[in-house]
Every structure is written in structure tokens, then in C-alpha cells.
Design a protein around this ligand. Structure first.
Ligand SMILES: Nc1nc2c(ncn2[C@@H]2O[C@H](COP(=O)(O)OP(=O)(O)O)[C@@H](O)[C@H]2O)c(=O)[nH]1
Ligand SMILES: [Mg+2]
Length: 293
């Protein structure tokens, strides 16, 4: 029996639905999803195993023009996703025009590997609009297989899945067949807490936050977790905590509920806040948080 395997890397503008798609394809909430740009900061693998295939999906940060060092590292993750892809998924949404980064766009249209162009969020548009957009994208990315989908409502996602399998090269698996992702349990804890922060705070707060899980241990069926929320400045610390600690308490409660579902165990989550001055522009801190080698 021949075996197929390969890297299928999802790229596109911020907020088009890349993480929603990966979670739908993998069937797990590996990537956090919010309506804000730059929710995804890392490259996150989601692995789907079949008897005779293994698909290694990569969710990546949305393509932007980097303004500070963290964002430069985020764009390095996108670059790496071009380098090792066996199939490239370029996701766009109804209503958008083009990538803000010409170099990335040229890489897509000149790609030697198969490109699947997904026109997402069609649940939000009319059939006429969709037809017009299909024609537009076929002309703009002529080397691609075009599909219209709704990642949110899982419309047409299965057809994309079968197309991917068809396009995969013959290869033995890259990862053990029971592995779901390349990230640790602590990583998912950090991300879940960050998701709640993205949802609950405004302006620059979500972008100034990094989360680090200091301890993760399981005893008597309960997972005990202690995590630090790091901000760039003292004033942000006060905002995170909120009046009488109400704001951080809400973050903790919401994150705990999701983590209990994710791990399928009871979770005890202890959160505290620390200032880590200008960590987004500090090389050593970016390495520490896994944004750089
Ligand atoms: N209406 C609609 N919204 C979607 C769809 N897919 C994703 N979204 C929403 O778009 C926003 C961004 O999604 P996300 O997956 O985080 O986008 P990413 O930045 O490309 O990873 C979230 O609010 C999603 O719920 C879709 O098919 N239809
Ligand atoms: Mg994302």
C-alpha cells in the first residue's frame, strides 16, 4: 500500500479565517480564533492521520508589514511556511482585494507546488458576488485550484480535504501516527489565556500581552496550572487586573472553562500579572517565548 504525506500550509491576510479552517480540518480547537488581527502569532501544526495518509497542516500569522520585532518574527514563520510546503493554501475572504506584501504574493503565483485558493466566508455574501469573486481570483492566481467555502459553517470543507489528499506526494509519515500537534500542553494554555485577553480588552492591550505557564501538573484528576500574564508597562498591568481584580478573574474563569473542555479534565488555574518591559522588541525575550530560534 502506498502512503501519502505532506505539509499543507495555510497563508493569507489577517482575519480571513485561517485558524478557523485549520481547526475545522483537524477537528480540534488547536488555534485560537478572535475577530482581531494578529490573533495567531506562531506557526502551529495540526496533524491529521489516516491509514494511508498524514496531512501536516500549518496555521500561520496573517501577512502584514512588520512594525516591530515580534511582527518580524511572525513574518519569518510565514516565510518558513512557503519553504517546506507540499501544498499551499492561500485563503482570501469575500470582499478583500490582495495581499499587502507583493513578495509573498509573487511567491504564490509563481509557486512550483500546488496552490489551493479558498474564498472563505461565503455565508456572508450573495451568489452573484461569489461568482464575480471566483472569476476575479481565477484570473489573479491562475495557477490555483479555487474553492468557495465557509470555514465557520464547515461548508465545502470536506471537498477541500479530498483535494488535499489527492495532491499529497507519496511519502512515509513525518510524525508518529498518534501525534496531533507539535506544540506542548503549556503552549495551548498560554494561547487560551491570550484568546480571552484578546476578547476582553481593547486598544493596544492584547498586542502587548504574552502569557507564560510556569507550572502544569496533574494530581488526582485535577490539572493545576500557574500562568503569568506579561505586559509591557505598569499602566497595562492595572488594566489587566481591573477594579478589585474583576477583569483578571473573568479571564481566568473563561480560560479555565475552555481548558477543561480541551483537556477533558478539571482545571485549577492560577493567574498573575507581571511587567516585562518592552518584551516585543527584545531579542532575548522573543527567544524565550519561542518566536525566535
Ligand atoms: N461569517 C464567517 N466568519 C468567519 C468564517 N471563518 C472565520 N470567520 C470569523 O473570522 C474571524 C477571524 O477568524 P480566524 O480564523 O481567527 O482568522 P485568521 O486571522 O485568518 O486566523 C473570526 O471572528 C471568525 O469567527 C466564515 O466562514 N464565515
Ligand atoms: Mg489565525
Amino acid at each position: 500500500m502506498t502512503h501519502k504525506a505532506g505539509f499543507v500550509n495555510i497563508i493569507g491576510n489577517p482575519n480571513v479565517g485561517k485558524s478557523t479552517l485549520m481547526n475545522a480540518l483537524v477537528g480540534e480547537k488547536l488555534s485560537i480564533i478572535t475577530s482581531k488581527a494578529q490573533t495567531t502569532r506562531h506557526r502551529i501544526l495540526g496533524i491529521v492521520n489516516g491509514e494511508d495518509y498524514q496531512i501536516v497542516f500549518s496555521d500561520t500569522p496573517g501577512i502584514i508589514q512588520p512594525a516591530y520585532e515580534l511582527q518580524e518574527s511572525m513574518m519569518d514563520f510565514v516565510k518558513s511556511a512557503f519553504d517546506d510546503a507540499d501544498v499551499l493554501i492561500y485563503m482570501v475572504e469575500v470582499g478583500e482585494k490582495e495581499l499587502k506584501n507583493d513578495a509573498f504574493f509573487n511567491k504564490i503565483i509563481n509557486s512550483k507546488i500546488p496552490v489551493i485558493l479558498l474564498l472563505n466566508k461565503i455565508d456572508k455574501s450573495t451568489p452573484e458576488e461569489v461568482d464575480e469573486k471566483i472569476a476575479y481570483w481565477r484570473a489573479k492566481v491562475p495557477n490555483s485550484f479555487v474553492y468557495v467555502i465557509s470555514a465557520l459553517e464547515k461548508f465545502n470543507v470536506e471537498s477541500v480535504f479530498y483535494k488535499i489528499i489527492e495532491l499529497l506526494p507519496d511519502s512515509p509519515p513525518f510524525y508518529p501516527k498518534d501525534q496531533l500537534t507539535d506544540k506542548s500542553e503549556r503552549f495551548f494554555v498560554n494561547e487560551k489565556i491570550r484568546e480571552k485577553i484578546l476578547q476582553q480588552y481593547k486598544k493596544e492591550i492584547p498586542y502587548s500581552v504574552e502569557v507564560e505557564t510556569e507550572s502544569f501538573s496533574e494530581e488526582d484528576g485535577i490539572i493545576k496550572i500557574r500562568s503569568v500574564i506579561m505586559v509591557e508597562r505598569e499602566t497595562q498591568k492595572g488594566i489587566i487586573i481591573g477594579h478589585k481584580g474583576a477583569a483578571i478573574k473573568r479571564v481566568g474563569t473563561e480560560a479555565r472553562k475552555d481548558l477543561e473542555k480541551f483537556f477533558d479534565k478539571k482545571v485549577f488555574l492560577d493567574l498573575y500579572v507581571k511587567v516585562n518591559k518592552n518584551w516585543r522588541s527584545n531579542d532575548r525575550q522573543l527567544k524565550r517565548f519561542g518566536y525566535k530560534d
